[in-house]
Every structure is written in C-alpha cells, then in structure tokens.
Design a binder for this molecule. Structure first.
Ligand SMILES: [Mg+2]
Length: 96
C-alpha cells in the first residue's frame, strides 16, 4: 500500500477508533449491496454506474483500512491465501 494512503488510514483509525471503522465497513458494504440491486433493477445508466462506482470505491477503502487494522492477525496474508484458493476453486468449477 502507498505510504500516503497508509498515513491517511492510520489518522482515520486514530480519530474514529477501530469500532467505528468496522461499523463503516458494514455500512459501506450495505450501500454497495443496495447499489448493486439498483443497477440490476434499473439497468446501466450514468446514475447507476456512478453510484456503483462510488460504492465500490468506498468499500475498497474500508476493506483496505480493515486489513491494516487487523494486520496483527495477518489478515492481509490470510485474505491473499484464501482468495487464491477460492479463485482456483472457481476455475475448477468452470472446467465443468
Ligand atoms: Mg458509500
């Protein structure tokens, strides 16, 4: 992760604390979920594409902060490992 971004995330964590940042991860995930439903329901338009883009950005930011907050438990490494294994499983399923 870029140093500047890391500094900003650390400052956010210091200002609001881990509990609030975890709440934000939950809120942003929910907003992404709602934006996904709206895109599906209304179809692609300037409005729905802008909305889902914003919510993807918000969620990614909170995911990055969460990985940083939980670094003591090697969450970034665990996510990387689990992600590789899930993608491999997906590839296997696609083979038929
Ligand atoms: Mg949002």
């Amino acid at each position: 992760m870029k140093n500047r971004r890391k500094e900003i995330y650390k400052a956010a964590l210091q200002k609001w604390g881990i509990e609030n940042q975890l709440q934000m991860l939950g809120e942003e995930s929910l907003e992404l979920s709602l934006a996904t439903r709206r895109l599906y329901r209304k179809g692609p338009s300037e409005e729905t594409i802008n909305e889902i883009s914003g919510e993807i950005a918000d969620t990614e930011i909170m995911i990055e902060q969460t990985k940083m907050m939980l670094e003591y438990w090697s969450v970034r490494k665990r996510v990387g490992y689990i992600k590789r294994s899930k993608i491999a499983r997906l590839a296997n399923r696609l083979k038929g």
